[in-house]
Design a protein around this ligand. Structure first.
Ligand code: BGC
Length: 277
């Protein structure tokens, strides 16, 4: 794989907002503004495409330090809440169903007129957290969980990602899709308190602990801002730490993977098939 670029643009397509910015991939930091567009209701392909284009124009319109190359020459990484196999989005838990089986990366390459790396949003956040968040985590096995609209997961061992784990959709205790019972959005929608929410998260974390024996869990997503308030209520032996990059983890991780040309150099082993989530 070619040497990673120092600067890249990261774009994080989420359930409520599409966020992005220019990232210094050596420091794991955003340079300039963090730009945001609302996620179009229903997140249909054409609407998301248009919103990403608007966002990119705003990101590129900034005046940054002269040491950063011209912004329209920077590599771009995009992350979104779907299984991404060889550039195709293969699932659509919280986005429009027309993304399933769609060649999303080619669409973005054509729309943005530049090579694009496309990855799952939790995978992007996980890579960034392990690289720039928790130094201990980089040495061992880490399970990063993003608690937001859904539950996303990233499995990282010594800095290397095993992509598309989708552990939020696990079936447990009669709940066929656990994120629909225990995501941060469900907590908000049902108006339950932290103790009730963590009583739902505890069996989930214990199951993941039994299956993967990670050295540490990292909790990411918007909720990680106040993670220290509820982490002690989750009953599991493995240490849980809050993400350090907070809401920017997806942007930074997407940029890192974009800068390294993630997936662009992978060989197509077979035509991707849709996972049964
Ligand atoms: C999606 C995952 C995503 C997670 C967090 C889940 O519903 O299936 O792909 O990572 O939400 O956004």
């Amino acid at each position: 794989m070619a040497k990673s670029a120092r600067y890249a643009i990261g774009i994080d397509i989420g359930g409520t907002g599409i966020k992005g910015g220019v990232v210094d991939c050596k420091k794991g930091k955003l340079l300039g503004k963090r730009c945001k567009e609302a996620t179009p209701p229903g997140a249909a392909i054409a609407d998301v495409r248009a919103a990403v284009l608007t966002l990119l124009e705003r990101i590129r319109a900034q005046e940054l330090d002269t040491k950063v190359p011209a912004l329209d020459t920077l590599p771009i990484g995009i992350c979104m809440p779907a299984v991404i196999r060889h550039g195709r989005s293969m699932s659509a838990a919280n986005i429009a169903p027309d993304w399933v089986g769609f060649d999303a990366r080619s669409m973005f390459v054509e729309a943005l007129g530049t090579p694009v790396s496309l990855v799952n949003d939790a995978d992007a956040a996980g890579v960034a957290e392990v690289k720039f968040g928790n130094a201990d985590a980089a040495q061992g096995s880490v399970l990063v969980l993003t608690l937001g609209t859904g539950i996303g997961s990233a499995l990282v061992y010594r800095g290397d990602l095993f992509p598309n784990t989708e552990l939020g959709h696990m079936e447990l205790d009669g709940h066929t899709d656990y994120e629909r019972y225990a995501s941060a959005k469900v907590r908000e929608r049902e108006g339950i308190d932290d103790a009730t929410w963590c009583a739902r998260l505890s069996p989930y974390f214990r199951k993941l602990e039994a299956l993967f024996s990670p050295d540490v869990f990292v909790i990411s997503g918007g909720i990680s801002k106040r993670a220290t308030e509820f982490i002690p209520l989750i009953d599991v032996d493995t240490p849980i730490v809050p993400a350090k990059l907070k809401n920017n983890a997806g942007i930074i991780g997407a940029a890192l993977l974009g800068a390294s040309g993630w997936e662009l150099s992978l060989i197509h082993i077979s035509e991707p098939t849709r996972p049964r989530l």
